[in-house]
Design a protein around this ligand. Structure first.
Ligand code: ZN
Length: 203
């Protein structure tokens, strides 16, 4: 199982971190060990003082494929989920300033929270899905997939140019504005439309 993540895929989020808006999808990956096992507690790692949440819609790949064409891209994912791409923002800023890879800031153990999934067929329009994140009952992120710079099918086409998509792979499609840090005792709840897809307590 591979985990693909897309950086800066919502303009308002790229801007809040003073990043340029990309002209093609920016891909990074997390290893399978980044996925927090369901029901396990999440502990803030000791190597960061600024751990950021990023709520993201996740696609689950249902068909193996390479160099997928746009018109067939929709056949390669059948479930839509929601999760968190945890980011050690302090480490990431240092790495970015040196032009170094991001892995230790983005792909560490348990950095990928994967909530529940819904069948794709339960959504009428892939480009109009509301999602959001509440922390301690307060909404901190609110997004809609209509604001994606690169939509789901475009991501499938782009990723599969370089990597073979395999059944079970996940694609984190990017986070909207409103990222910030978490502290022990926080409770995070993610929503896809009106459905709660995960609840996570920070330790
Ligand atoms: Zn992200």
């Amino acid at each position: 199982m591979k985990i693909f993540c897309i950086g800066r895929n919502y303009i308002d989020h790229a801007k809040e971190l003073n990043n340029a808006v990309p002209s093609s999808p920016m891909i990074f990956m997390k290893p399978p060990t980044a996925k927090l096992k369901k029901g396990y507690p999440f502990y803030i790692p000791n190597f960061t003082d600024d751990l950021h949440y990023e709520v993201e819609v996740i696609l689950k790949i249902c068909k193996n494929g390479k160099t997928v064409e746009k018109e067939f891209a929709h056949r390669y994912y059948d479930q839509i989920g929601l999760g968190i791409d945890f980011t050690a923002r302090d480490l990431q800023s240092k790495l970015k300033s040196k032009g170094h890879p991001w892995e230790i800031a983005k792909a560490f153990d348990n950095s990928a929270i994967v909530g529940d999934f819904k069948e794709k067929s339960t959504f009428t329009d892939m480009n109009n899905i509301n999602f959001g994140l509440n922390i301690n009952d307060k909404t901190v992120q609110q997004g809609n997939t209509k604001d994606l710079i690169f939509d789901f099918d475009t991501l499938i086409v782009h990723i599969s140019k370089f990597f073979t998509l395999q059944v079970g792979d996940l694609i984190y499609t990017g986070t909207p504005a409103g990222v910030g840090n978490v502290k022990p005792g926080d409770t995070l709840e993610g929503f896809l439309e009106d459905d709660k897809m995960f609840e996570l307590e920070i330790k």
